[in-house]
Ligand binder design. Structure first.
Ligand code: ZN
Length: 250
């Protein structure tokens, strides 16, 4: 097996300068610095509030009784309401606005990429940005959902149907996987940020990349070493502050 290679902020900045179609694949680690705990981590809502993810995000349980999911949602939206995107979220939005980055593929449901100004966000596990009535398919935007969650135990459409955020539940297909795979395949640089790549489909996406891959994550990552793959065990915001400084000097 080839040796695991690393890269410093200068090397990463050079790769970004050389690239035309950067794509980012992000996981929980990009949002922990914003104060959103990794659901599965020791401070995650699953643990601190004793939510059982198998029950909260199970589609048949939701259809039987959506109240437990909305109890979780009320807590979660409370957490994300006052949460600002991190430096790294903004760094990615800035690269997109400069025409350097083509898409962000995220496993997160917190919508912080959209809040930071990213436009082409592919949320493979869905997110709260949009919701739909389960009966008439009417769409609801995030602010409407926030308000309804505050006002009723279970938000309902005027037609009487239950509203469900466009989050991928256990028992549902992941969103836009083909689109995610094709933007990754068309990228000339893939940045894998704050993901251990442990959860499907994230683990499968870097295998689609034909260009260089830079993985920045605290801790181990489930991606085998290969030529053109670089691994950085660092704080995301620290690392990308350095990268941005180098990019603006270039
Ligand atoms: Zn409806």
């Amino acid at each position: 097996m080839p040796h695991q290679q690393t890269i410093d902020p200068k090397g990463c900045a050079d790769l970004i300068l050389r690239s035309k179609r950067v794509v980012a694949l992000t996981g929980a680690g990009i949002s922990t610095a914003a104060g959103i705990p990794d659901f599965r981590g020791p401070q995650g809502l699953y643990v601190t509030r004793r939510y059982d993810p198998e029950a909260v995000f199970d589609i048949s349980a939701f259809r039987r009784d959506p109240a437990p999911f909305y109890e979780f949602t009320r807590d979660f939206l409370g957490v994300i309401h006052d949460t600002e995107p991190t430096f790294t979220h903004r760094f990615l939005a800035e690269r997109e606005s400069r025409g350097k980055l083509t898409a962000v593929v995220t496993q997160n449901i917190d919508s912080l990429h959209q809040k930071a100004g990213s436009e082409n966000v592919i949320s493979v596990h869905g997110d709260y940005w949009t919701s739909h009535c389960q009966a008439c398919r009417r769409e609801f935007a995030f602010p409407q959902m926030e308000e309804m969650v505050r006002e009723a135990p279970v938000p309902q459409c005027s037609c009487g149907g239950v509203i469900k955020p466009d989050i991928v539940f256990f028992g549902e297909a992941v969103h836009d996987l083909d689109r995610a795979a094709s933007v990754v395949a068309a990228s000339d640089l893939l940045l894998v940020l704050g993901s251990s790549l442990a959860v499907y489909p994230a683990a499968f996406l870097p295998e689609q990349a034909s260009g260089d891959v830079v993985v920045v994550n605290k801790g181990d990552v489930g991606l085998p070493p290969q030529e053109g793959r670089y691994f950085v065990d660092a704080d995301l915001d620290d690392f990308f502050r350095d990268v941005e400084r180098l990019l603006t000097q270039a």
